[in-house]
Design a binder for this molecule. Structure first.
Ligand code: NAP
Length: 309
């Protein structure tokens, strides 16, 4: 029998990705939603998760699609009520609150899944396999998009805890931490904050690699035109480019042939959630979020022009 799942926060990502993925999944049925202002036609709707959990006993899983600043309270509520929990990225506003959820899920014997959707992009696994036996000289991330196009009117991204340009940037870091064969740590960061906002609009990062490679990242949210979500790699065996957010991979300029049979990022996330529940496991890698926290800790702050929509 499919798991009965509830969505919390019926907004952009819920409508764009979660609802279609659940509706195509053999593992889940959408049983209810909790959202202050939005509903899904034909599905029982509640204003908040507490009322949903009280009314819908048969809901066994909760998928949280709200902004990170408000995720913890609902995640704790769901776990305390004995439900498995799936978290959108980033898994919360602070590392400590997510650690608290990890401990609670373990104590309750429930599944907690901190998702990183970009890790499920079509070419990421291939890039990881290719890189595994190479001597890496250089890796450079260019992650640039137009915030006005991709996040229209979303004020939470500019409020403390909303991460600013690290909201897309953490996707790049989730791919980096997945494909890189060694642990890295941040050695320098330059963060540019609009003078009227709490979170940065651009960032340049430099990582330390004990293997000696030069590892850098540039995030920019005022990039006009088509987005650039690329990772350029130089190794002893030549160059490679992981592009389109991890969807395509080229070695020495030659695209590899993959992807056609891949399920897509969100169908793959829900399949993984079902596997984790079936095997009684959790998956909660916080390394992308740790790099972001480190960037806010060591980053030099520059104030730039105000941002208006
Ligand atoms: P969104 O549409 O702005 O927010 C999702 C929904 O959360 C809202 O529609 C709102 O529904 C509810 N909500 C509850 N408390 C809120 C608050 N304090 N402020 C704003 N909304 C609140 O955001 P989103 O783009 O779907 O992103 C949600 C999460 O998914 C983020 O962590 C983001 O990083 C991640 N994500 C987004 C994308 C994307 O392309 N947008 C892609 C991948 C992942 P009600 O008003 O009905 O309660």
């Amino acid at each position: 029998m499919p798991h009965q799942i509830a969505i919390v926060g019926v907004g952009k990502i819920a409508r764009d990705q979660h609802l279609p993925a659940i509706s195509a999944s053999p593992d889940f049925d959408l049983a209810a939603t909790a959202s202050r202002n939005a509903q899904v036609g034909g599905v029982p709707a509640y204003n908040d998760l507490a009322s949903l959990l009280e009314a819908q006993d048969h809901v066994s899983c909760v998928s949280l699609c709200t902004p990170p600043q408000v995720r913890y309270g609902d995640a704790r509520l769901a776990l305390e009520a004995g439900r498995h929990v799936m978290l959108e990225k980033p898994p919360g506003a602070t590392l400590s609150e997510v650690q608290d959820l990890i401990d609670l899920a373990a104590a309750k014997g429930l599944t907690l899944y901190a998702t990183w959707h970009s890790r499920h992009a079509a070419a990421v696994a291939e890039a990881k396999a290719w890189l595994a036996d190479k001597a890496i000289h250089k890796l450079d991330i260019q992650w640039k998009e137009d915030v006005r196009y991709w996040h229209p009117g979303q004020d939470w991204i500019w409020q403390a805890g909303g991460l600013g340009v690290f909201d897309p940037g953490i996707n790049a870091l989730s791919v980096l931490t997945e494909i890189y064969p060694r642990a890295l740590h941040l050695s320098r960061a330059e963060l540019r904050f609009p003078e009227n906002r709490d979170t940065p609009v651009a960032a340049d990062l430099t990582f330390y690699d004990a293997g000696g490679a030069q590892v850098t990242a540039a995030f920019d949210w005022l990039h006009a035109g088509p987005p650039c979500w690329d990772i350029h790699i130089e190794t002893d065996a030549g160059t490679a480019l992981l592009s389109e957010g991890g969807a395509t991979f080229a070695i020495g300029g030659n695209p590899t042939q993959i992807g056609a049979e891949m399920p897509g990022e969100y169908p793959s996330l829900y399949a993984r959630f079902a596997d984790l529940i079936a095997t009684g496991q959790s998956e909660t890698d916080l390394s992308p979020m740790r790099h972001v926290a480190d960037a806010f800790t060591v980053g030099r702050r520059t104030v730039v022009a105000p941002f208006e929509w």
